[in-house]
Design a protein around this ligand. Sequence first.
Ligand code: NAD
Length: 326
Amino acid sequence: MNSFLRQKALITGGLGFIGATLARRLVDLGACVTLVDSLIPEYGGNLFNIADIKDSVCVNISDVRDEHSMRYLVQGQDYLFNLAGQTSHMDSMQEPYTDLEINARAQLSILEVCRKYNPEIKIVFASTRQIYGQPDYLPVDERHLLHPTDVNGINKMAGEWYHILYNNVYGIRACALRLTNTYGPRMRVKDARQTFLGIWIRLVVEGQPFEVWGGEQLRDFTYVDDAVEAFLLAATRDEANGQVFNLGGCEVISLRELADLLGQANGGGSYQIRTFPPDRKRIDIGDYYADDRRIRSELGWVSRVNLQEGLARTLAYYREHLEHYR
Ligand SMILES: NC(=O)c1ccc[n+]([C@@H]2O[C@H](COP(=O)([O-])OP(=O)(O)OC[C@H]3O[C@@H](n4cnc5c(N)ncnc54)[C@H](O)[C@@H]3O)[C@@H](O)[C@H]2O)c1
């Protein structure tokens, strides 16, 4: 059965990378989709992300910090996919109050308008592995202590726990996905604000060398279509309510190996290994990869797209559309 047919779904951050990919999938499933996004230029929102579905979705250019807009927007919605966020770790150190406003305070006010005006809504929140900080052990499961290394991690942690609290105390069905590095078509490639992989991809497509900082760190990556399936599963399954789930990927890889794989997928590409700049090193989490058995066993999630395939699809997209992402 298709749980989304004629259902109303609101996506905050819907013009961003993951939000726009989720929107496309929901449109295919027959949902009535509304996207809310502030289009602040430093973030990942981009109208081109929805160029092919723009006539099938409603777009509302608003800021999730604006309680009046959110009060209007959540009413009558069946699902809220809550993805709006400030994603840059460095920006969160340089502008900590902005990160606090978006990633923590606005999350609380979104939940408050849901409590007052639409307590029947089901919410899936986009959380992050950043909240674990430097892992005490690997792979990192959901029981791992939360000790973030940057302001962004602390605010996302608060944002996540407001959702779980409102589920537990007020019965507003909510759950959170702790995403690891997510990549694919429509990711921000202008700079490294979303992920270092974005700038690598842009530079290899442009035929320029890119920089790998360190190189030995281990990471996992989720292809965006796999992440979107996790959002859909979490939205429709009651067992998810009040839960947090790690998302991982098909493989664990060092950054140097990833750089080599990207070059191979592109049919050429060069990089230089650099030492970490000190301001980045201070907030780096080192090796990370997720134990994502909980979402696999409880919700039946699978990661289908491996890195080789995912990088090939991503490069193909940017070879065709790079001018919209510079
Ligand atoms: N991409 C990843 O690797 C990754 C990893 C962990 C967590 N996440 C989380 O997933 C979510 C989506 O990330 P993404 O990768 O699609 O990034 P993105 O920057 O492409 O999307 C976030 C969207 O939120 C919008 N936004 C930011 N502040 C807003 C505000 N105040 N009001 C309205 N809209 C606002 C931006 O314009 C952007 O379109 C974020 O919450 C992020 O923290 C992403």
